[in-house]
Design a protein around this ligand. Sequence first.
Ligand SMILES: Cc1ncnc2c1ncn2[C@@H]1O[C@H](/C=C/CNC(=O)c2cc(-c3ccc(F)cc3)cc(O)c2O)C[C@H]1O
Ligand SMILES: [Mg+2]
Length: 214
Amino acid sequence: TGSTRAERLLKAVQKNARRGDPQSVISAIDHYCRHSEWAMNVGDEKGSILDSVLSEVSPSCALELGTYCGYSTVRIARLLPPGATFVTVEFNPKYAKVARQVIEFAGLQDKVKLIEGASGDLIPKMKELFGNVTFDFVFLDHWKDRYVLDTKLLEDCGLLRKGSVLLADNVICPGTPEYLAYVRNNPRYKSTYYKSHLEYTKVEDGLEKSVFMG
Ligand SMILES: Cc1ncnc2c1ncn2[C@@H]1O[C@H](/C=C/CNC(=O)c2cc(-c3ccc(F)cc3)cc(O)c2O)C[C@H]1O
Ligand SMILES: [Mg+2]
């Protein structure tokens, strides 16, 4: 059978990027998805906003929901301080397999813990898996109808602390109306909208940054 979009994206990385060079992996994916085949990576424009929020937070413990091909995983891992814990969650084994290879090509495999499974099952296991952790930074980029559920689950499992930063992709396109309502009307969050565009297009999209107030 033919290859999948994810596998073709991986081939583009192996062909055009340089081993051990995260920036070249990011550029190779952006070039491929802009000029050959669109894919749902956060992309370069929103990726720059992700980079700047990450640099502000400088998390020692970070979580990503929805690894997909590992594009934002590489973007995040390349900016983390040494010794930081970074967990990324992906329930589709085919995507996880591609992501592992993308992350390894970038030379960031020692900074990333990719766990296969559903966020709803894994979030309650984080304390058991990683000791009594709280996440300083969470990037939400998985199924859009899971954002609210998983945010509430993170709260209930004691995985957020005063000052934890949630950054959510696609709050306009495809859109996460219930999540926006939840974080914007909730006194326990201070939210900021970063207007941008859907990856590789001129369509409006944006990132919502929400600081948990404890
Ligand atoms: C619950 C759960 N647990 C673990 N992994 C989970 C999960 N839900 C999804 N995942 C994994 O994350 C990834 C899913 C991400 C969902 N992202 C999207 O659906 C998505 C869609 C678009 C988009 C916009 C306009 C269009 F016209 C078409 C598409 C753009 C994006 O940036 C996206 O992130 C892959 C999936 O296996
Ligand atoms: Mg997205």
